[in-house]
Design a protein around this ligand. Structure first.
Ligand code: AMP
Ligand code: MG
Length: 335
C-alpha cells in the first residue's frame, strides 16, 4: 500500500502533475522544474500570485550547482553543514532556470530536504522539484497529510502521507550575493536553523551580514501570511476571554478586507466563543504543534483564537515560531 503510494506520487510528478509531498519542514506541492505547465498548475492550485517565487528542491550539492551561475565557498560550506536539511540558499540563477519559478528575479532559491520520502521521489524523478507549501496563498502551512487534503478538497491533488512533519515551520532562507570585496549574506526568513548557527559556520570566511533587504529581494514576505480560517489574536497581557470579545470585534472590524493581496478573516459579530491556543513549553515541540493546532482550533467551531504570549527567558529558540505567529495573527494586542 505504502510502496504503491510512493510509486503513484513518482508517476504523477513524472507526468507533470503537482503532488503533495512531506518534507521535514511542512508539506510541499511539488512539480518538476522542466515542465512549465506543471509549474503553472502549482500557482493555480495555490491561488498564488506570480510575484511569489518557488523554492527548488534538489537531491545533491552537484544538482544545486547546476542551477546557479555562481557557487561561492560560503554556499559550499553552508550546504555541507546543513544539507540535507531545513536551509534554503538563494543564489544567482543559471540562465536555464525558468523565470516563472523565480518570479522574474535573477536569483533562485535551493534546498536539499532531508525527509526520506521526498528524497526517494527526487532520486527517482532525477529532475529538481519546485515545491511551495501545500496550502492556499496566505494560509496556514500543512504539517500533516490530512491538512493538505482539507486544503485541496475540491482539487485533484495526490497527497503522499509521510506522517507529521518533524520541524513544523518553513525553512530558514539565506541569500548569498557577491559584492566588491566580500560575499554578502542576508537572512530572508527565520527558521529552525538560526542566524547564529549560520554565522558560526562561516566564522572563518570574510562575509558581511546585511540586515535589511528590500521587498524586491524578498518577495512573498507579506505582513499577513499563514492565517488560519478564523482570526488569531496575540495578547501580550493575560485577560479574561469574555472581556476581550468586544475589543477583538471592534479592532478586527477596522481592518481592511485585503492586505498585500492576502484576504483578511472577518468577524461578523462579537465573538461568543473564543478559543485559547496553548503550546508546549519546549520551543521545538511548540513549533512542531503550532500550525496543526491553528487548524484544529479553526475547525472546532470557535469564532477566534487567542494566544497569550509570554516573555521567554531565552528568546532565540522561539524566534522563528514567533515570527510565523505574528504573521498568522490578524491582531496583536499589546496591553
Ligand atoms: P514557500 O512558500 O514556503 O515555498 O517559500 C517560498 C519563499 O521563498 C518565497 O515566498 C520567498 O520569500 C522565498 N524565495 C524563493 N525564491 C526566492 C528568490 N529567488 N529570492 C528571494 N526569496 C526567494
Ligand atoms: Mg508558503
Amino acid at each position: 500500500m505504502f510502496q504503491n503510494d510512493l510509486k503513484k506520487a513518482i508517476e504523477e510528478v513524472l507526468h507533470g502533475r503537482p503532488v503533495a509531498l512531506p518534507t521535514e519542514t511542512v508539506y510541499g506541492l511539488a512539480a518538476r522544474i522542466d515542465n512549465p505547465e506543471a509549474i503553472k498548475a502549482i500557482f493555480k492550485l495555490k491561488e498564488r500570485p506570480f510575484f511569489d517565487p518557488l523554492i527548488v528542491h534538489v537531491r545533491s550539492i552537484e544538482q544545486a550547482q547546476s542551477l546557479v551561475s555562481w557557487w561561492p565557498p560560503e554556499a559550499q560550506k553552508l550546504a555541507e553543514s546543513f544539507w540535507p536539511g531545513p536551509l534554503t540558499l538563494v543564489l544567482p540563477k543559471a540562465a536555464h532556470v525558468d523565470s516563472m519559478i523565480t518570479s522574474g528575479l535573477d536569483t533562485v532559491a535551493l534546498r536539499w530536504p532531508r525527509q526520506e520520502l521526498f528524497q526517494k521521489v527526487l532520486d527517482e524523478v532525477k529532475i529538481p522539484l519546485a515545491a511551495p507549501s501545500a496550502n492556499k496563498f496566505g494560509r496556514t502551512s500543512p504539517t500533516e497529510a490530512h491538512h493538505v487534503k482539507d486544503e485541496f478538497k475540491d482539487d485533484p491533488v495526490f497527497v503522499l502521507d509521510g506522517g507529521p512533519c518533524e520541524i513544523g515551520i518553513e525553512s530558514t532562507v539565506v541569500k548569498i550575493f557577491p559584492s566588491e570585496n566580500e560575499t554578502e549574506l542576508a537572512l530572508l526568513r527565520k527558521g529552525s536553523i538560526t542566524e547564529s548557527q549560520i554565522k558560526n559556520t562561516l566564522n572563518n570566511f570574510s562575509v558581511r551580514f546585511v540586515d535589511s533587504v528590500s521587498a524586491k529581494d524578498s518577495p512573498g514576505h507579506m505582513k499577513h501570511h499563514y492565517m488560519p480560517a478564523i482570526p488569531l489574536i496575540i495578547c501580550l497581557k493575560r485577560k479574561d476571554l469574555k472581556q476581550l470579545a468586544q475589543e477583538i470585534y471592534r479592532k478586527i472590524s477596522l481592518l481592511p478586507p485585503i492586505v498585500e493581496q492576502v484576504k483578511m478573516i472577518p468577524l461578523t459579530r462579537e465573538p461568543q466563543q473564543i478559543l485559547e491556543l496553548k503550546l508546549s513549553e519546549d520551543p521545538r515541540l511548540a513549533t512542531r504543534e503550532f500550525y496543526g493546532q491553528l487548524r484544529k482550533l479553526a475547525k472546532s467551531g470557535g469564532e477566534c483564537i487567542v494566544y497569550f504570549k509570554e516573555t521567554q527567558a531565552d528568546p532565540a529558540p522561539w524566534e522563528a515560531l514567533y515570527d510565523r505567529m505574528a504573521k498568522a495573527a490578524s491582531l496583536i494586542l499589546n496591553d
